[in-house]
Design a protein. Structure first.
Length: 342
């Protein structure tokens, strides 16, 4: 009997100890995971314990403003990178001039660099998201449009996507819309058979319609490119550290989860047929807005709908204003900006 009481007392003590361990052994009743040790430090990064990440908040759903902070796909991916490196994260709006932000030391890395438009002043990683002008239909069996098929398209007015449709199929095939949201409404209502838009931005716009619109990408109107991460050319240590983590996130499915969170699906474009190569568009590239006459404007899916409070409060119209560096920052620990990987 004495031995049994001793065993029961020992078991009770062990359970109590385990309870304290799960509570962080602090008596607070909440478990706090142990922070990882930082894998990089100055001068590899500019600020002790923090990864400073540049994004363009005029490029939703990659990055934009929602609920008073910077959110988006790139913010979630950057948060996951910082977490794996044992760092906090500071998100900085660098506008459309990543090269200056890197050269001036304002940021350590920049997300959302289109490989097709990257310059030689910085190093770029392999792509982590695809991009390119996609042809959307209501179902995968809609078929690939041809020049002699009387195909009809909606595309946001003055965008590169609209230019590509007119160039490939003629002006009569195009129904220009004020917003990308309107283009998908036309598709839903049967006014047109296809929508032409950037693959990522288009999926976000369709996903953000009331009730969501299930669409399929049936072909491409240009050879796909990809969004990459940029780092200073002379910072080989950060290129390897952040680049290795980015590759790991792509390989272990984390980026796929983030895509599904924002777009409702993951995106793969390489196996799709390419109708025409519009990469030499006279109007410029999507995502590169301009005030100039006749220049293409940025396809913008910001319409106040979608997940995470959305990345903007506009109505889906194209923003042709200046995209200068704002320098606005949104600080926080990794995972706080856009919830990481759910």
């Amino acid at each position: 009997m004495i031995r049994r009481r001793f065993v029961m007392a020992a078991l009770g003590a062990a359970l109590a100890c385990m309870t304290l361990m799960l509570a962080g052994c602090s008596g607070s009743g909440s478990y706090q995971p142990e922070l990882k040790s930082a894998e990089v430090a100055p001068p590899v990064i500019g600020e002790e314990g923090t990864l400073r990440v540049g994004v363009n908040t005029e490029n939703p759903p990659l990055a934009g403003m929602g609920s008073g902070k910077i959110i988006g796909i790139d913010v979630d991916i950057a948060s996951a990178i910082a977490d794996q490196l044992g760092l906090k994260i500071s998100i900085v709006d660098v506008g459309s001039d990543p090269a200056a932000a890197i050269a001036d030391g304002k940021v350590d890395v920049v997300m959302g660099i289109d490989a097709a438009n990257a310059d030689s002043s910085y190093w770029v990683s392999p792509s982590y998201l695809p991009t390119g002008i996609a042809v959307f239909a209501l179902n995968a069996d809609a078929g690939i449009p041809t020049a002699d098929s009387d195909a009809t398209f909606a595309a946001q007015v003055s965008s590169k996507s609209a230019w590509a449709v007119s160039n490939e199929f003629g002006e009569s095939a195009l129904t220009p819309t004020d917003t990308l949201k309107d283009a998908f409404v036309a598709l839903r209502d049967g006014t047109v058979k296809y929508v032409a838009a950037d693959a990522i931005i288009g999926l976000y716009a369709a996903h953000g319609l009331d009730g969501g619109l299930d669409v399929s990408i049936v072909s491409m109107l240009m050879k796909p490119s990809g969004y990459c991460m940029a780092v200073a050319t002379d910072n080989a240590d950060l290129q390897k550290a952040a680049g290795d983590v980015l590759a790991s996130l792509a390989g272990n499915g984390t980026i796929d989860v983030i895509e599904r969170k924002w777009l409702g699906t993951s995106v793969a474009l390489d196996s799709l047929p390419v109708i025409g190569d519009s990469s030499s568009s006279e109007g410029g590239d999507d995502g590169d807005s301009s005030d100039g006459d006749g220049a293409t404007a940025n396809e913008d899916a910001s319409d106040g709908t979608g997940d995470e409070g959305d990345t903007g409060s506009g109505d889906g119209t194209e923003d042709t204003g200046d995209e200068g560096t704002s320098g606005d920052e949104s600080d926080g620990t990794s995972g706080d900006e856009g919830d990481g990987t759910e």
